[in-house]
Design a protein around this ligand. Sequence first.
Ligand code: SAM
Length: 377
Amino acid sequence: MEIVAKTLEGFESILANEIKDLGGEDIEILNRAVSYKGDLKLLYKSNYCLRTAIRVLKPIVKFQIRSQDSYYYTLLTIPWDKYLDNDLTFAVNATCASDIFTHSKYLALKTKDGIVDFFRNKTGIRPDVNVETPDIRFDVLLRRDEITISLDSSDFSLHKRNYKKKSGVAPLSEVLAAGLILSSEWDMKKDFVDPMCGSGTLAMEATMIANNIPAQFKREEFGFKYWKNYEEKVFDEVVEEENAKLIENPVKIYASDKSSDAIQSIKSNIQESAVFKNIVVTKDDFFMMEGRENSHLLLNPPYDQRIKSDDLNAFYKQIGDTFKKNWENCEAWIFSGNKDALKSLGLRTSKKLSFKNGPIDCKFHKFEMYAGSRKSK
Ligand SMILES: C[S@@+](CC[C@H](N)C(=O)[O-])C[C@H]1O[C@@H](n2cnc3c(N)ncnc32)[C@H](O)[C@@H]1O
């Protein structure tokens, strides 16, 4: 069957690699999504394991539409009772890039009307809509005149991994954090340092990646559990097989922040689960702390969108100076939404990637502080 995993802009090839590792076939990179072929077990595994997927869809119908009315009448002919019953609730998410529907909310509403009227015509009663916590979630994508309707096997977004009880002031999404780590070519042998850790998303995702811990080891809710063809035994098998792949990687993961509130939140987050027990957490100002040679640093400093800094350029210059002074023979990646401030680091960039954090265009830049190979001092 066809499966489509959605992701954030820029992470399509990282997601495609993850899917290949899980055994997906006929993998095709799309815009903010990857399509592939697999069975029900792969669909469950995709939900349980993929770190850079936001949701996993199973397309059920594709057709062309000429008008809003032709769309509605086609909806009445689809056997919705294969997926939904009168006593289940449902929701519709819609996305459109078309002249036929120009508002995604209206497309969702029209789809909901078609589904409801199918049941009303057939049984005299109708299933209820529940936008927040539906039993069955449908996803509708309209591109020009091509409609794809899918079952959403994840339900709510897969960035909600359920291991984090406390968030800081500007936490990264778990999907974004995992995508950044996987893009940073970390060899999982060098110490991983998250010196502006906030609530600890990067340090926790790094721990999961280094130890083969499935992305959703703490999450129990998935949309597919409410499907008529749900095979509990197969999902249990997936969980058992994937959990058996856990390793105890001796690599060290350090997380620090200068804020007491941030340290409190990461500490309470890592206490939630034994798998994070080896993260070394300290309250430290990055500009004062001692560096560790041969480390892999990943920084998510404030960049003046949600957190204000008196003089951001001076702050970034201080980060660059600290790299040069204290972190010899290390590689450092910075994720920031402030291009100008990045220029103030005063270091030569060895790799440049671009991503988004919500609506904010962000840069992910690599710096190498290798004595001799680069004039970093
Ligand atoms: C954008 S937040 C990091 C969010 C984090 N990645 C998360 O997912 O929760 C930036 C963090 O940098 C910390 N910070 C700012 N200046 C610092 C400094 N000089 N040393 C250490 N931490 C600092 C702030 O306290 C804040 O927690």
